[in-house]
Design a protein around this ligand. Sequence first.
Ligand code: ACO
Length: 325
Amino acid sequence: MNHSIRNVVRGVGSYLPERILTNFELAKTVDTSHEWIVQRTGIEERRVAADDQTTSDLATHAANRALKSAGMSPNDIDLVIVATTTPDRTFPATAALVQDKLGITKGAAFDIQAVCSGFVYATATADSLMKNNLGTRALVIGAETCTRILDWEDRTTCILFGDGAGAMVIEALPVDEAGDQGIIASRLRSDGRHWDKLYTDGGPSLTRGLGKVRMEGREVFRHAVGMVADVVEGVFADSGTSVEELDWLVPHQANRRIIEGSGKRLGIPAEKVIITVDKHANTSAASVPLALDTAVADNRIKKGDLVMLEAMGGGFTWGATLIRW
Ligand code: ACO
């Protein structure tokens, strides 16, 4: 591992499809209400990709915006990682399709499947690869068309998810140039015993099909706060930092109650926690970079801030990454 390198965030960007699907509209097709959804989840609306839009299209939009904010062109990128559960195709990787849409022909591109934790997994993976000289400038993307794998008759799941994408450009810099900026530490976890609490009931090998989202919501909820606290506290310990030094918690946007519960458990004041789930629902791997981009764009997250990304999802998988902005 090359300890003379720090991987610094150079830009972020995100994209939400135009079509807004409100709780009120959903309540016309399934037995639910705006009030129930807001009270239990904090979600007010979600986005739905157009029929001719795929995950790689959403990812490419977000990537272009991240490149613009980094002041870079696609040519500068030699590593593309897309975290997604809803790839355009079984293969090739959505990252290869994004690479093609951006006109990138060098370096490496691949997907990561860690469901809602995908963006944290992808960021930690990019950090590791770049510290091993396998890339100098990376596009780390979380992109999903979750609405394509929902059962629109199941009110316990179809109200929760939406489509979107977010991206981050990371550059490997010599430590003396990076200063204290960059990715500081990450923890990744999974426990496959819990696979059947959040899954699709089909897939290429199992059913030769796609499958729909199935979930034991109460069970997910029961585990989420503890798992998030476990990795966030682990990252504080690994990095020799403490919760008091943290400027921003950027959590996976699944459910306002999980986010608030995690913040409380960790002792992080509510005003330091970024919440955007009301506007786009759970976009799985896209939710952390969507929240991140919102908080960077509105100038809450500024250079020098200490920022913790965290997520938990199907598998179960969970993870956290600490970044000096
Ligand atoms: N509208 C109205 N009523 C509903 C709906 C709905 N959309 N969905 C379920 N109900 C009913 C149930 O049928 C049940 O009725 P009953 O008491 O007559 O049986 C009642 O509401 C309560 O159901 P619960 O499942 O106990 O409701 P809960 O308060 O747990 O909320 C929820 C459900 C929102 C899914 C919650 O468990 C949750 O948020 N879990 C976390 C799951 C999650 O966020 N998953 C996202 C993916 S995982 C991840 O990203 C981390």
